[in-house]
Design a protein around this ligand. Structure first.
Ligand SMILES: *[C@@H]1O[C@H](CO)[C@@H](O)[C@H](O)[C@H]1NC(C)=O
Ligand SMILES: *[C@@H]1O[C@H](CO)[C@@H](O)[C@H](O)[C@H]1NC(C)=O
Length: 187
């Protein structure tokens, strides 16, 4: 179960062993991206809903994906992700994260090597555009998420979230919508 949810939004469970199984795999180089340089983790705390993601095997069929970030002090953030499996079972995982470079967090879950989480853009109050890419020879494995403070985003804000990916040469066409609704098992 822990393995099955390891790649839940915001906690890319990509280890060397799983690199070929998770994320969106294609031939080519990872793009040269620019993270949000003045990223501040404090206003970023709180709840985020996953509105869209690149489909990845470990997250396959999961909906209601939700992340709750809380301050652990000393620069660490607790990451509590919840989701619903395809058969309707609620699932969750708790890890921690800290900022390692402007707009870049390292996220760790028990039993997994740390994964990076690159914030391309966020306004803290409405949306966040998050990405990671691993280069493996001639292949790249990409992870991308559109996160929102609410279950839906206004068109104008959604466009801004998309623009962050466009500006970094990241493909918008492979995003898939994640179901969110009042019947979800949020904590
Ligand atoms: C990223 O930048 C490096 C150094 O300028 C360049 O060699 C590489 O081709 C760039 N990658 C892409 C995908 O454009
Ligand atoms: C978030 O969206 C609301 C509604 O459109 C807007 O009023 C507010 O200014 C936005 N917040 C930021 C930080 O842009």
């Amino acid at each position: 179960m822990v393995v099955a949810i390891a790649a839940l939004a915001l906690f890319v469970g990509a280890t060397q062993a799983t690199i070929h199984k998770v994320g969106h795999i294609s031939q080519g180089l990872c793009p040269n991206i620019t993270e949000k340089q003045d990223f501040d983790p404090v206003p970023y705390l709180g709840r985020w809903f996953e509105l869209e993601r690149y489909e990845m095997i470990f997250e396959y069929g999961m909906d209601c994906v939700n992340a709750l970030y809380s301050d652990l002090g000393e620069g660490y953030v607790e990451v509590h992700n919840t989701a619903r499996l395809k058969d309707g079972t609620p699932t969750d995982i708790v890890g921690k994260a800290h900022v390692i470079a402007p707009g870049v967090l390292s996220v760790e879950f028990p039993g997994h090597i740390p994964a990076e989480y690159h914030v391309l853009d966020t306004d803290y109050e409405n949306f966040s555009s998050v990405y990671n890419c691993l280069q493996e020879g001639i292949y790249r494995v990409e992870f991308a998420w559109v996160l929102s403070r609410t279950m839906t985003l206004e068109d104008g804000i959604y466009s801004r979230a998309q623009q962050a990916f466009v500006d970094n040469s990241i493909d918008l066409t492979i995003f898939q919508t994640t179901y969110q609704g009042d019947d979800c098992p949020y904590v």
